[in-house]
Write a protein that binds this ligand. Structure first.
Ligand code: NAP
Length: 230
């Protein structure tokens, strides 16, 4: 497995993250997944192995720096020192109009959707620099550029993710580290399930379509900085 792609995915147990894990597993990748729920981590690791990859469960809460540090350390150990791909995917989807937004919700969104990806990258950067094919995918949202009613929490934090992607590109492109902000539209995942009625009559994307787009972008030497998914 020494030439296998080494990929670390946050939120790898459900929805888009699980689909990305299984897409890369089908290509024989070494796939480390992070999430909070250990039973789901073990179940997806078994799916990764059944799909042809090798899997590692890295339990972590994006709101807890120490647990993220330990999760990245575990992944780097599993990968023997280098990471080729980071997918900063774990995030929250919720809708509420601005006057209903509480400070608690605002801080929770900042912590999970913005500080989480920052911490993952801060911890993973030395191992990414060991790779000669490093690529960071940060999962944003189309809503950030075209907000709808009730999307303040999501639009504000995902605009931050897109801004971070552009800044990372400015810092890291010369070092050969590729950056892509993935921009899904509404996607049929467990995370969207409570809000599905908002999108009645709209065609939803699938987690597998997002995963295929990420796989294709990883194969592409001139992968786009921003990758909208219809
Ligand atoms: N679905 C959509 O329509 C849509 C559209 C645009 C963008 N997005 C973005 O796409 C990404 C994935 O969304 P999804 O709908 O696939 O999500 P999902 O179905 O809700 O799955 C979320 C994943 O993230 C993990 N997670 C959540 N909070 C976490 C935390 N604090 N620490 C560690 N892991 C955590 C969950 O596992 P645990 O709960 O076990 O931790 C799970 O594996 C998110 O960033 C979301 O904002 C989604």
């Amino acid at each position: 497995m020494s030439d296998s792609i080494r990929i670390f995915i946050t939120g790898g147990t459900r929805g888009i993250g699980r689909a990305v894990a299984l897409r890369f597993a089908r290509e024989g990748a070494m796939v480390a997944i992070a999430a909070r729920t250990s039973g789901e981590l073990d179940a997806v690791v078994a799916e990764i192995e059944a799909a042809g990859g090798s899997g590692e469960a890295c339990q972590a809460n994006l709101r807890d720096h120490g647990s993220l540090e330990a999760a990245v350390f575990r992944a780097v150990d599993f990968f023997d020192g280098k990471i080729d791909v980071v997918v900063n995917n774990a995030g929250i989807v919720e809708f509420s109009e601005f006057e209903e937004v509480t400070l608690d919700a605002w801080e929770r969104f900042l912590a999970v959707n913005m500080t989480g990806p920052y911490l993952v990258l801060a911890e993973a950067m030395p191992a990414l620099r060991e790779s000669d094919r490093a690529h960071v995918f940060n999962v944003g949202a189309q809503l950030a550029a075209a907000p709808e009613k009730g999307s303040a929490l999501l639009a504000a934090t995902k605009a931050g993710v897109a801004g971070l992607g552009r800044a990372l590109h400015a810092d890291l492109a010369d070092d050969g580290i590729r950056i892509t902000t993935v921009l899904p539209g509404p996607t049929d995942t467990p995370g969207l399930a409570p809000w599905k009625e908002r999108f009645a009559g709209q065609k939803l994307s699938t987690p597998e379509a997002v995963a295929d787009a990420i796989w294709d972008a990883y194969q592409n030497e001139s992968a786009p900085l921003e990758l909208p998914i219809e």
